[in-house]
Design a protein around this ligand. Structure first.
Ligand code: 5GP
Ligand code: MG
Ligand code: MG
Length: 179
């Protein structure tokens, strides 16, 4: 375990098993809809989760990435700036957004609204983690790996000060590191 980690919340094994489970569910749901999702990862936190889950989606998907950030100083407003947009038009696409964690829900709500405004047919969300106690806007991911308590976590894509994204598990960051 890394020295900045208080405890491991979700192990690498548990994540991989969960990706298999979610991937199978996503596959059967989209097959039932007779649709193939355009799978969009939100940079950078979704990268390890995206890499694992797509192996378990048994459809001829395409993948893409988007990078967004909240407007500085307007946290309570919830506008976003698109730092890297998708490679193609979303017109008529069924988009499956891949996210590391849903916290207040502001990011996802704005990204979803932006994509629908640009003509996406449908936007669904798969998130590795969910902190339901922290939600301030009304949005839920259709597919969630693990609901976790309100603690600051790192690893498997999640950073503290842009570090620790490469840890192969989800761990709680020691308070002394950020307090
Ligand atoms: P939201 O708009 O839902 O409040 O923000 C979600 C984003 O906040 C996530 O994509 C992630 O970048 C960041 N975030 C929320 N909770 C945590 C956490 O516990 N650890 C880390 N590293 N990032 C978090
Ligand atoms: Mg994020
Ligand atoms: Mg971050």
């Amino acid at each position: 375990m890394h020295e900045v980690v208080e405890k491991v919340l979700v192990s690498q094994d548990e994540i991989i098993h969960k990706c298999a489970e979610l991937g199978a569910k996503i596959t059967s749901d989209y097959k039932a809809l007779n649709e193939v999702p355009y799978v969009v990862g939100l940079l950078k936190g979704s990268v390890p989760f995206m890499a694992e889950i797509i192996k378990h989606i048994d459809l001829d998907i395409q993948i893409d990435f988007m990078d967004v950030s909240s407007y500085q100083g307007t946290k309570s407003v919830g506008d976003i700036r698109i730092d890297k947009d998708l490679d193609c038009s979303v017109q008529g696409l069924s988009i499956l957004l891949v996210e590391d964690i849903v916290d207040t829900g502001r990011t996802l709500k704005e990204v979803k609204r932006t994509l629908m405004n640009k003509g996406a047919k449908d936007v669904k969300v798969v998130s590795l983690l969910d902190k339901p106690d922290r939600r301030v806007v009304d949005i839920e991911a259709e597919y969630v790996g693990f609901a976790i308590p309100n603690e600051f976590v790192i690893g498997y894509g999640l950073d503290y000060d842009q570090k620790y994204r490469n840890l192969p598990y989800i761990g709680v960051l020691k308070r002394e590191i950020y307090e």
